[in-house]
Design a protein around this ligand. Structure first.
Ligand code: G4P
Length: 527
């Protein structure tokens, strides 16, 4: 098969949601459709359990298991679909942000009763920054939830998305009759826990057709007619190009657990979702059909077993063909590397692959060479962009608790930061180090791993900070004036970029007003 046809048949995406909206259930149903798993529960058993939220060792152990489900590939109608899993636990939100840099589109799952929740808001914001095409799936229709029109308004307002409903619910909860597929003009009747068979789908070109009343009853039929009329009046016709540009999001309704509305979603997804997109670098834009390999590392997974210190680096292939045992340039180190056992992921199985194509993710065994964002090429010196760090939410000073082990501590911190476990800021005034994280759990993870993997001990000291702001100004003088004023809270991030650690939102606002020529950014990539 030619490179182009390999590209055309791939779709790489992530499912994102607030915990409990149904991401895992939907993932499973998609895998079942693809025949990639035979029984429900296969993915679920790898999910980080809610009960484990206070027990980080358990979470790390389960994270170890979940390496297998980091990427779930499956074949569907001749296409190769790669679902990238994202951790549901909010303390690992940074992992999820990075995973979003490696996908070409996303499906957002929203609970019909709960509507838009905090985590959904954050994740969609990251997608919007990149204009990632988004499909919305409103889940749990078998339960009574919000009015669908209100829900769409909420999605538009809270997630700042323009929506187009492509399916529409007929009833809800106990009264759920089915969904009407606006895209295909089909009625899909609901039967709890039933497999959706072809004969449950009824073609209704014209809504005045009496078949509708016979199937769902007069009252629901009339309601649907009214709803669809309203939809046609309010929303413009769905335009695939606008979706691909990240400007419009189609919306589907269903119930993942009942396998209802999932096939419509999948069938539309395979029709409209983008194929692999290449990538952006500081040097130039990469097209997926270039013959030479390029790819970047978006995730590193450490082995929790102290006897095996190797790690797995996840490479997203952007162009060309990846081959086993071929030499590639590790751009940051300027050295050639080859991989004898690159891993591919199919459903819950891992296997060694000989080749992989744009859109694919391969796992590379690594002894500490890689860090997040690293590029692999056939010789060209490229630095990928679009893999920013985001301002952490929590900050603590980190101190050496065992003076005999300062080297080990430095190495451990360095490697954990390369893995993206947390972010390190070094204050310019006194060289003190501050670790910033998204969740409290990371501090325990770091302390534990430093001790067990590097033989080093650290302790934390609290520091009250609001946000890390990457700073820039057109003139050096403006920047220096600000740096001079805020000396105490100016730090460097791991790449040596200047960061202002704002003490409070009030302080930040004051500084923005006092230094209008200085720009403050909440992400490390702002140019
Ligand atoms: P997550 O990955 O987004 O965190 O959500 P997950 O799929 O684990 O689903 C969260 C809960 O919602 C699960 O129940 C799941 O069974 C349920 N669920 C998923 N889809 C639907 C749906 O369409 N309708 C209804 N009524 N429930 C749904 P749980 O009790 O937390 O877990 P379990 O005991 O069922 O495994």
């Amino acid at each position: 098969m030619s490179l182009q046809s390999e590209i055309d048949r791939r779709k790489t995406f992530a499912i994102i949601s607030h915990p409990d909206a149904g991401k895992t259930t939907l993932t499973e149903k998609l895998l079942l459709f693809g025949g990639a798993i035979q029984v429900a529960g296969a993915v679920k058993s790898n999910k980080i359990k809610k009960s484990a939220t206070s027990d980080f060792m358990e979470i790390e152990r389960q994270r170890g298991i979940s390496v297998a489900t980091s990427v779930m590939g499956f074949d569907y109608n001749g296409l190769k679909i790669n679902i990238l899993d994202t951790p549901g636990h909010q303390d690992f939100a940074e992992d999820t942000f990075r995973t979003l840099t490696a996908v070409d589109s996303v499906i957002v799952v929203i609970d019909v009763a709960k509507g838009v929740e905090a985590q959904t808001r954050k994740l969609v914001e990251v997608c919007r920054m990149r204009d990632t095409p988004i499909i919305v799936f409103i889940n749990k229709l078998d339960r009574v939830g919000k009015d669908p029109f209100d829900l769409l308004d909420e999605v538009e307002k809270e997630l700042k998305l323009n929506v187009r409903p492509l399916s529409w619910p007929i009833g809800m909860g106990q009264e759920l009759k089915g969904v009407y597929n606006v895209f295909e003009h089909q009625l899909n009747l609901f039967s709890a826990h039933g497999k959706q068979s072809e004969d449950e789908v009824i073609k209704i070109e014209d809504l005045s057709d009496k078949t509708l009343d016979q199937q769902v009853g007069d009252s629901f039929a009339n309601q649907l007619r009214e709803d669809i009329e309203l939809i046609d009046g309010v929303y413009e016709t769905f335009d695939v190009q606008e979706y691909l540009a990240g400007k419009v999001s189609p919306v589907f309704f269903g119930s993942a657990i009942n396998n209802f509305g999932v096939k419509e979603l999948l069938d539309c997804f395979v029709k409209i979702a983008p194929s692999p997109q290449g990538g952006n670098t500081e040097q130039r834009e990469i097209k997926p059909d270039e013959s030479k390999l390029t790819g970047f590392v978006f995730k590193i997974h450490a082995n929790m077993d102290p006897n095996h210190r190797d790690r797995l680096a996840f490479l997203r292939i952007c162009s060309g063909k990846f081959e086993r045992n071929k030499n590639y340039l590790h751009v940051r180190h300027g050295k050639q590397l080859k991989f004898s056992s690159p891993t591919a992921f199919m459903a819950e199985k891992k296997s060694i692959v000989d080749e992989a194509f744009p859109g694919d993710i391969v796992g590379l065994h690594d002894t500490g060479n890689f860090k997040i964002g690293d590029a692999l090429t056939e010789g060209e010196k490229l630095s990928f962009t679009g893999i920013p760090s985001f301002s952490p939410e929590l900050f603590k000073y980190v101190e050496n608790a065992d003076p005999m082990k300062s080297k080990q501590l430095a190495k451990g911190i360095d490697q954990l930061m390369d893995e993206g476990v947390a972010q390190l800021f070094t204050l310019k005034a006194n060289n003190r180090k501050i670790i910033g994280t998204v969740g409290a759990l990371q501090y325990e993870v770091i302390q534990y791993r430093l001790e067990h993997e590097y033989g080093a001990k650290c302790r934390y000291e609290s520091v009250n900070l609001y946000k890390a702001c990457w700073i820039d100004a057109e003139s050096d003088k403006d920047l220096n004036d600000f740096v001079e004023r805020k000396k105490q809270w100016i730090a460097e991030d791991k790449d040596g970029k200047l960061v202002y650690l704002a003490e409070s939102s009030y302080n930040l606002q004051m500084m923005q007003e006092t230094f209008p020529k200085v720009q403050f950014y909440f992400t490390s990539e702002y140019k």
